[in-house]
Unconditional design. Structure first.
Length: 274
């Protein structure tokens, strides 16, 4: 006996045609958001990366063009870029947060409360903390003038310089808010010296390494200035005497005996203190 099958009875045919029609209706599947595959290691140096830097970006899953965009925007470490990406920032929007001295954690907290990047940056610059919106809050806390709170071109440039050299956003923000330029602030920020303290150390003539030693000894710049002023030591002599290892009392005694500060300067030079 001969059994005939119709075309409609072909196993799986109806299902395949239905799936094809559905795919055509939906169109092509969207690309994953961060789909680019990192390029081979030898291609990275021509984009300004060292091999060590390239390995870190590759391990974090970044393609070279994306890594370049993050670095151009002021984010120089792949781990930090991933944190900003998790916070909802992109290389094209992260500058708003960075210019305000904000961290990815700050950004997440503001975003969760419904603030835009620009508004959050303005309020962060004004010293506000993330606060839930309410009609009473809006009444008592009117929106700040962005022109007043903006870091400005020089401030933004200083922030970018400090961030590029590994200074944290919080520390960089303190120096920028105090009016430092990036290059001027860099050695002090790297040593973790408060920007206000650094100003006093500079006025007294201390080098950054000498100031770091003073802080390590448990003294503040203000205490040094006051102590040596009470001992009668001219301000322009404080740094040479102190860096040479003398106390204010010892320096005062030596000066009374006729010892010139030049001897202290020689001892200071021998001791270094960048």
């Amino acid at each position: 006996m001969t059994v005939a099958f119709s075309d409609d009875d072909e196993p799986g045919r109806d299902r395949d045609e239905s799936e094809n029609q559905e795919r055509e209706r939906r169109g092509p599947a969207p690309e994953p958001e961060y789909a680019p595959t990192p390029e081979p290691l030898p291609q990275w140096p021509e984009h300004g990366f060292t091999l060590a830097e390239a390995r870190r970006w590759i391990d974090a899953g970044f393609a070279v063009e994306e890594a370049v965009r993050w670095r151009t925007s002021g984010v120089y470490a792949p781990d930090t870029a991933r944190q900003w990406r998790t916070a909802g920032a992109t290389p094209y929007t992260v500058d708003t947060w960075l210019s305000a001295g904000m961290t990815p954690r700050d950004a997440v907290r503001w975003r969760e409360l419904g603030y835009s990047a620009r508004e959050a940056a303005e309020r962060h610059l004004a010293g506000e903390s993330p606060t839930p919106r309410s009609w009473l809050y809006r009444l008592l806390n009117p929106r700040r003038d962005s022109a007043k709170d903006n870091l400005g071109e020089e401030g933004a440039a200083a922030m970018k310089t400090l961030l590029h050299h590994g200074v944290t956003a919080a520390v960089a923000r303190g120096f920028v808010a105090s009016g430092w330029t990036g290059e001027e602030a860099l050695p002090w920020a790297r040593r973790g010296i408060d920007p206000g303290e650094a100003r006093i150390f500079l006025a007294l003539g201390f080098r950054v390494g000498e100031a770091e030693q003073v802080v390590a000894d448990g003294e503040s710049a203000l205490a040094v200035m006051a102590g040596w002023w009470r001992a009668g030591i001219p301000l322009d002599e404080v740094a040479p005497w102190r860096a040479a290892g003398f106390t204010a009392e010892e320096a005062a005694s030596m000066r009374a005996e006729g010892t010139d500060v030049e001897q202290a300067k020689v001892l200071r030079a021998l001791g270094g203190g960048d």
